[in-house]
Design a protein around this ligand. Sequence first.
Ligand code: 26V
Length: 823
Amino acid sequence: KTWKEGIRGVDSDVPSITKSIVNHVQTSLARQAYNVDNVGAYQAVALSVRDDLIANWNETQLYTTNKTPKRAYYLSLEFLMGRTLDNALLNLGLKQKYNEGVEKLGFNLEDIVDCERDAALGNGGLGRLAACYLDSSATQELPVWGYGLRYKYGIFQQLIAPDGSQLEAPDPWLNNQNPWELPRLDVTIEVRFYGHAERLDKGKAIWSGGQEVLAVAYDVMIPGYHTKNTNNLRLWESKPKRGFDLDSFNAGDYDRAVASSTSAENITSVLYPNDNTYIGKELRLKQQYFWTAASLSDIMRRFKNTGKNISEFPDFVAIQLNDTHPTLAVPELMRLLVDEEDVPWDKAWKIVTNTFFFTNHTVLPEALEKWPVPLMQNLLPRHMQIIFDINLQFLQSVERKFPGDRDRLARMSIIQEGTPQYVRMANLACIGSRKVNGVAELHSELVRTTIMKDFVDYYGVSKFQNVTNGITPRRWLDQCNPLLSDLITETLKIKKEVWLRDLYKLEGLLKFADDPTFQKKWAAVKQSNKERLAHHVETQFGIKVNTSAMFDVQVKRLHEYKRQTLNILGVVHRYLTLKAMSPAERKKVNPRVVFFAGKAAPGYYIAKLTIKLIVNVARVINEDPDTKEYLSMFFLPDYSVSLAEILIPASEVSQHISTAGTEASGTSNMKFCLNGGLLLGTVDGANIEIAEEVGESNVFFFGHLTPAVEELRYKHTYHPVPVEEKCPPLAKVLNEISSGRFGDGSVYEPLLNTIRQVDYYLVTEDFDSYIRALEMVDTAYQDRNGWIKKSICTTAKMGKFSSDRAIMNYAEEYWNIEQIKVP
Ligand code: 26V
């Protein structure tokens, strides 16, 4: 009995695969078999694989519907899925056969896989986490659906202008048709905006008038690894309810005739490109409500089809709120229950607070969502009433517990007083949920002691827990690093699917950590991945890369708190040090190649200036004949999931160097370490737990700790010390940049001044210890075998960070759902 039993398509032989591909070329694509390029071949192959996914998806959905188990729904405005074809082939165990089949047809599978555009419906960590959780839910055979938006344009494409600045271009990912989605034109839901709400008795109301738009469902199949179970991700597209306004049309005013339909279509046009910063735009609030209302209506319909009593809703439905973005689901479910299902207010509130779970992903104050009351009142008049009613009841109850504590009431209120008033979404999400969690131990503790402190006093601490993030080892090891995956399988002497489903099994590598033959193989895999990256850089950007140098990588969204500045200033420091050396001294230095990649939010001036500085420093350094052998640097444009899949396996060190207490978790740190890259980082987010697992001797930690940060900031404000005094080497670096060594220095003054003046993220405080940590990395790298051993031990101890562990934690401790085996 193998895992293949009962799964559609997994037993296909090569002739039937080629037949299916050719068939799709001739019918679905309506092309001649001899007239197909790689893109056409990709489409035909994808359609062929899709046939198998659909069969398994259908059976899973039918079986689950009949079984009516409790289900969980993951509401996320972002799903950063990346490519699907390779992943689907690995899940179905069909990669080898498709390889052969495609070869027979005169193509190369790798080239075909490369034709797929990323589905980039997310900004960074939060969206990629949602994608990893879908993979784990499907693999663990859990009845979990995702709900999101089908943006016509995903995260913008990043270009670098000749002067080094970031340019943004649209990401029209749907221009080639998307084989992985199934349009469900029959599943449409009406969503209302604006209008007026008229109160009736018993807390009820009627909401009418305003604008009505349609939500149309698109289903994306989510296969699990080596299982028949295929889950669903439902994405909504907005569409006008009526084609156009007939009166205007008949009067010849065509612009006006289509104006309202254009406004309906705009709702799902584009993903907002901000990460860790809140922006209060009406269209964004419209997206949030449109998506929440459509999803809840769909969930309610599915629940009612089971014929259960409405009071049993929380026994059959759990809803996870991915950050505060879907918080309108709380008043929306109240509206559905009270206004439409006639449930009394108190009973409805009990249902609501047993249904929702809320994950917080940041403690940065600038990222906390707050909507102006007048804006929300206008767009969602009924929800505003409901929010005020929830707030009144809640504050009365707080008052009973802490009589006369006016300040406490003001802090805990959903409404922030002032002109205008604001709705604090985190407070609403917390009050409306059964449990609240952070995404790493330190972060969850900060949630309890800072932003949610008053709520901990009120509810007790048990409502506020931790689920440390995870990553899927299928994509982030087996798929992106096949050589390492094979070496692990051959060494552990267990089947690949066993350790890929139970990542703690990697510990079995420990006993080979000192074995010279194994070390050699391990190092050869890394070398080959470095060459793959170098080849990519050479073909894409025409630059030659020294693959015997150490590969040092920092790739993530550009943000001041992530401190790419610290890295670039460190590189300049290294450059100046090399320049000051004699040629003989230089020869003793470890060559290093530093890779950067990441997007800056289009409106984030300082982040964009950081990119410009990186690009222009790279130009000077890479051209300098004295040093270029020892130090070079690349900014790779347009960072994406598929670029990450090439970068991560090639990294020997990666940097996760946020100011302590600012990075909630980080998940790329886990991906690098899983692939045997060592971590250089601060004592922050999940870095701490990675060090706990792999041992502090295998990571390079530096910098101030979280408790020191607040005090240091206070000192910076009230007793500032000039950089020249506090950190002379850093002052020298800043002055070299100012004085024009890397092009017109005045351009960078606003960026350099953030460090010279307020230095909110404490670059000046951590610079010295950062430089020392870099030197420790150099020293460790000199000991070749010692380094390889560290690398092996790191991978071996990464079991905890599988998203399977994280998702099982949610399933058992939060959602109370069970695994379902589809027969
Ligand atoms: C996102 C957005 C997106 C679009 C527009 C407005 C807006 C406002 C706030 C946010 C919050 C994003 C918070 C976030 O991405 N946090 C990251 O979550 C990762 C997964 O838990 C975690 O690993 C990162 O440390 C954390 O920064």
